[in-house]
Design a binder for this molecule. Structure first.
Ligand SMILES: Nc1ncnc2c1ncn2[C@@H]1O[C@H](COP(=O)(O)OP(=O)(O)O)[C@@H](O)[C@H]1O
Ligand SMILES: Nc1ccn([C@@H]2O[C@H](COP(=O)(O)O)[C@@H](O)[C@H]2O)c(=O)n1
Ligand SMILES: [Mg+2]
Length: 479
């Protein structure tokens, strides 16, 4: 009978409540693009669980990876966090390899069973528990009787010297951290740790270090540092860096799953006021006047939030008391671009926030919901020098938006100078736009469940333009 070490995920389990206010039983309408594995037949994806936030922690031997992970786990005490060590997936040595263990390179990528590691991660991402091997550094073998059970969690930390080496492993990660400690400090720590904990003598540690550990660091580990989002100098001594990382993770955990995946997606903080306005404009029985009134309020919020993403420079002014106030000056070369016709409903809010702003227009002719033909555009001649606020209240498939963005890029607008503003977005549209244009920003006020068979957003709010401008049959009866 195998003997299991049960690894309880830390923190309470909020199984019935999602932080975005949706019940956790709602099926996830999309498949995360970063989690690209296909689930096996025995692993039917558990649609009720949230996508965990996956953190990769790499760095040279004895840089402090395990110590940093434990500090992050301690500080994330309100969440369920599990640690998966790449060390657990070391292949056990064969008898002939054991005879010449001094010749074995434990720092080469082939020393790990990466397929098994990927399989375990896939199961955890699917909301299932896994049994991780227990590796013995003294015997260079895995235990045949003991496993460590790791449960599905909000946060999975994958730690090891070579976790950034293989792209398929990197692609699982929402945040990549490289622990960067001085090489001499690492060697000193390694000598102490391996002699105290791993049954080695100083000579064998030094010999292994010179023959395999350092060359592999230079060949594989150090080059993988370029994939890191965050580099922590001085490892676990750097409490400031660890605090910032924990803050970032906490922010991400409080966001919609898609915001964890796409760093260029921003959903404005939900309040009961915002939920209330959405409730009104989504109600098919609301009057045309109220629909326009509450839409305008919501659009104004989205526009204000979007303007907050524009670049700024520091500016000082003298106040009536004669004091200096140091503030900021927003970028002035702006242009609104509305995707006709519903985007035009957002122009007034933009004009109200940015006095005298130029507004261009793009009309995308749609054949049903899959059409692609562009038939009209009217844009300022100097558009390439401006930051663009692209306006469309509903992001559905993302086809029209992608064409509008493509056109702006053709006109010389840098992708990173485009902020796409909408009231509601479907996950399909977000994936389409965020993936194709990773440097553009999307600002939205709510993310809906998905698209129906005719590509309309569900629950959605119907044809926004018709309702706003009063051209649908329904609104004629609802003044
Ligand atoms: N900031 C530090 N100061 C002193 N010793 C440390 C520090 N960080 C880690 N260590 C010690 O160094 C050794 C290696 O750290 P560890 O976190 O296990 O590194 P890694 O997982 O990167 O190999 C351990 O014995 C640990 O206790
Ligand atoms: N049987 C083994 C397996 C691995 N090593 C060394 O462990 C190092 C990785 O672990 P860290 O905690 O230091 O990241 C790696 O550098 C291997 O050389 C070993 O000595 N024996
Ligand atoms: Mg370690």
């Amino acid at each position: 009978m195998p003997d299991y070490v049960i690894e309880g995920a830390s923190g309470p389990h909020f199984s019935g409540l999602r932080l975005d206010g949706l019940p956790s039983s709602l099926p996830s309408p999309y498949t995360s693009p970063v989690h690209r594995f296909s689930a096996s037949a025995t692993l039917a994806p558990d649609s009720s669980h949230e996508q965990p936030f996956v953190i990769g922690v790499s760095g040279g031997t004895a840089s402090g990876k395990t110590t940093v992970c434990n500090m992050i786990i301690q500080q994330l005490h309100d969440h369920r966090v599990v640690l998966v060590n790449q060390d657990s997936f070391y292949r056990g040595l064969t008898p002939s390899e054991m005879e010449r263990v001094q010749e074995y390179n434990f720092d080469h990528p082939d020393a790990f069973d990466t397929e098994q590691l990927l399989d375990c991660m896939q199961k955890l991402l699917g909301g299932h528990s896994v049994q991780v091997p227990v590796y013995d550094f003294k015997k260079h073998q895995r235990s045949t009787v003991t496993f460590r059970q790791v449960n599905a969690s909000d946060v999975i930390i994958l730690e090891g010297i070579l976790v950034f080496h293989e792209q398929r492993v990197r692609d699982l990660m929402n945040l990549k951290i490289f622990v960067d400690s001085d090489a001499d400090v690492r060697l000193a720590r390694r000598i102490r740790r391996d002699t105290v904990e791993r049954g080695r003598d100083v000579c064998s540690v030094l010999e292994q270090y010179a023959k395999f550990v350092k060359p592999s660091f230079d060949d594989f580990i150090h080059p993988s540092k370029k994939y890191a989002d965050v580099i922590i100098p001085r490892g676990s001594d750097n409490q400031v860096a660890i605090d910032l990382i924990v803050q970032h993770i906490q922010t991400k955990l409080g966001q919609h799953d898609l915001c964890k995946i796409y760093s260029n997606l921003y959903v404005i903080q939900s309040t009961f006021q915002i939920r209330g306005m959405h409730t009104l404009i989504r109600d098919r029985d609301i009057s045309k006047h109220d629909f326009a009134f509450y839409s305008d309020r919501l659009i104004r919020l989205v526009v204000e939030h979007g303007l907050g993403h524009l670049p700024f420079t520091e500016k000082q002014v003298v106040t009536p008391t004669g004091s200096i106030y140091t503030g900021v000056d927003f970028c002035k070369k702006l242009c609104g671009v509305s995707i006709i016709r519903s985007g035009e409903s957002m122009e007034n809010a933009l004009r109200a926030c940015c006095k005298g702003i130029k507004i261009g227009k793009i009309l995308i002719h749609r054949h049903g919901d899959h059409g692609k033909q562009l038939i009209y555009e009217k844009l300022p001649r100097d558009i390439s020098e401006r930051h663009i606020l692209l306006l469309d209240p509903v992001l559905a498939t993302g086809n029209s938006a992608s064409q509008a963005i493509e056109l702006l890029i053709q006109k010389g607008v840098p992708e990173s100078h485009i902020i796409f503003l909408n009231l509601i977005s479907a996950p399909e549209g977000i994936q389409c736009v965020c993936k194709r244009f990773p440097s553009l920003k999307i600002v939205t006020s709510e993310i809906d469940a998905g698209l129906n068979e005719v590509s309309r957003v569900i629950p959605g709010m119907g044809e926004f333009g018709d309702r706003y401008f009063g051209t649908d049959d329904y609104s004629h009866n609802k003044q």
